[in-house]
Ligand binder design. Structure first.
Ligand code: ASP
Ligand code: MG
Length: 416
């Protein structure tokens, strides 16, 4: 029998009324003959509330205890949803991460799933139960509760779908799919019926918040058929309609349609730029700058080293704004050590990127992009490219303008 894993985010289970709606939706799929595993988040705002409580006690909460606290949000929703399903006459059973045994590594607050023991769930499905599982949480080899990082129940959903070899993983959320860009910035943004897994990964890395990036990596690795769809449609919506709604994340080799040149414009305003000015242009300099940054667990993105002149060069990269202060402190030490002239930080920048698998086989996308930005008088500070993405770093005050202009330039406002 076909098996579906559905994941419901915080808004979708934000009240008992909404939980009852989720139950109705699940019951509908079950009645149509599907085996159902449902992964849920905490009620919206709940994880924030729990973390805030921890911080009232300890400004920098102990990581192990923080996970003990943060994981409770999901324990509430699995129990409530199982009850709501029972009220509709279904057999349902809830599981915390440790009851299933979602085995993770020891990295509290950002643990990675190593293995899922799906035997309990398989047995339940065979006995006609709906299995309701807590997202976001797991347990390490020593039995400590762990959590997977904010937004982590997307990853739980995909991981269960992979472990159970589900026919599809459906991520229900408060938007009805993946859009060419954020509709709050460009009202003409179009919903994509499909997007390739690689494009989705690039969109997520650029700051599109629709799916947690790890969940997309997971889906790619295990070839999980993944769909993002709305939980705000009436729960009675006919299955035939619901099953093809939202956005399907496809694998490029399966796509039979003509590939779009550009699929979307993504952006991120949580970034800062740092530049080490006047570093000696000698072998090992990039390593000497970036190694202590990596040691401090700070992620860097766009990296640019200028051509050296008179034995000196400038070295810039972007990082998360929250990490700027820490980064500057580290670079100040590096500056003294390598004899660079100056370290400059700028948190008034943003990243804007074009994503599309069609770029692989088309020339001129970059020049068209740069021309469109130039016509608006937008100065490009940094550029980086991959096979299917072109990213620019610009002044944050031009972000919305840049997104709108690029969306129009690449005809993304046309119905697809
Ligand atoms: N409840 C967790 C969070 O708010 C996990 C999730 O919702 O995906 O981050
Ligand atoms: Mg989410």
């Amino acid at each position: 029998m076909a098996l579906i894993v559905q994941k419901y985010g915080g808004t979708s289970v934000g009240s008992t009324e909404r939980i009852k709606n989720v139950a109705k939706r699940v019951a509908k799929w079950k009645a149509a003959g599907y085996d159902m595993v449902v992964v849920v988040s905490a009620m919206s705002g709940e994880t924030n509330r729990l973390i805030a409580l921890a911080k009232e006690i300890q400004p920098h909460p102990d990581p192990r205890e923080l996970d003990v606290v943060a994981a409770t949000g999901e324990q509430v929703t699995i129990g409530l949803l199982a009850m709501a399903l029972m009220e509709l006459g279904l057999k349902a059973r809830s599981y915390t991460g440790s009851q299933v045994r979602v085995l993770t590594d020891h990295a509290y607050n950002k643990a990675r799933i190593l293995e899922i023991d799906e035997s309990n769930i398989r047995r339940d499905l065979k006995d006609g139960y709906v299995a309701v599982v807590a997202g976001f949480q797991g347990v390490d080899r020593d039995g400590n509760v762990t959590t997977l990082g904010r937004g982590g129940s997307d990853t739980s959903g995909v991981a269960f779908a992979a472990a159970l070899k589900a026919d599809e993983c459906q991520i229900y959320t408060d938007v009805d799919g993946v859009y060419t860009t954020d509709p709050r910035i460009v009202p003409e943004a179009q919903r994509l019926k499909t997007i390739t897994f690689e494009e989705m990964l690039e969109m997520a890395s650029l700051g599109s918040k629709v799916l947690q990036i790890r969940s997309v990596e997971f889906a790619g690795k295990y070839k999980v058929r993944l769909r993002v769809l709305s939980s705000l449609t009436p729960p009675e919506l006919p299955i035939a309609e619901e099953a093809v709604s939202g956005t399907l994340i496809t694998f490029e080799e399966d796509a039979d349609m003509e590939q779009a040149l550009v699929s979307g414009v993504a952006f991120n305003r949580d970034e800062a730029k740092v530049t080490v000015v006047g570093v000696p242009d000698t072998p090992g300099i990039a390593y000497q700058i970036l190694d202590p940054i990596a040691e401090a667990n700070i992620e860097v993105d766009v990296i640019v080293q200028n051509i050296g002149r008179d034995g000196l060069t400038d070295f810039s990269f972007t990082t998360h704004r929250n990490d700027l202060k820490k980064t500057l402190d580290i670079l100040e030490r590096v500056r003294k050590h390598v004899g660079a002239r100056e370290v400059i930080g700028d948190d008034k920048i943003c990243k804007v990127g074009l994503v599309g698998v069609g770029m692989r086989s088309h020339v001129g996308v970059a020049s068209k992009m740069f021309r469109a930005l130039a016509e608006e008088g937008i100065n490009i500070q940094m550029i980086s490219t991959s096979e299917i993405k072109i990213t620019v770093v610009i002044d944050e005050k031009y972000m919305e303008l840049a997104v709108r202009v690029l969306h129009k330039t690449f005809d993304l406002d046309q119905p697809r």
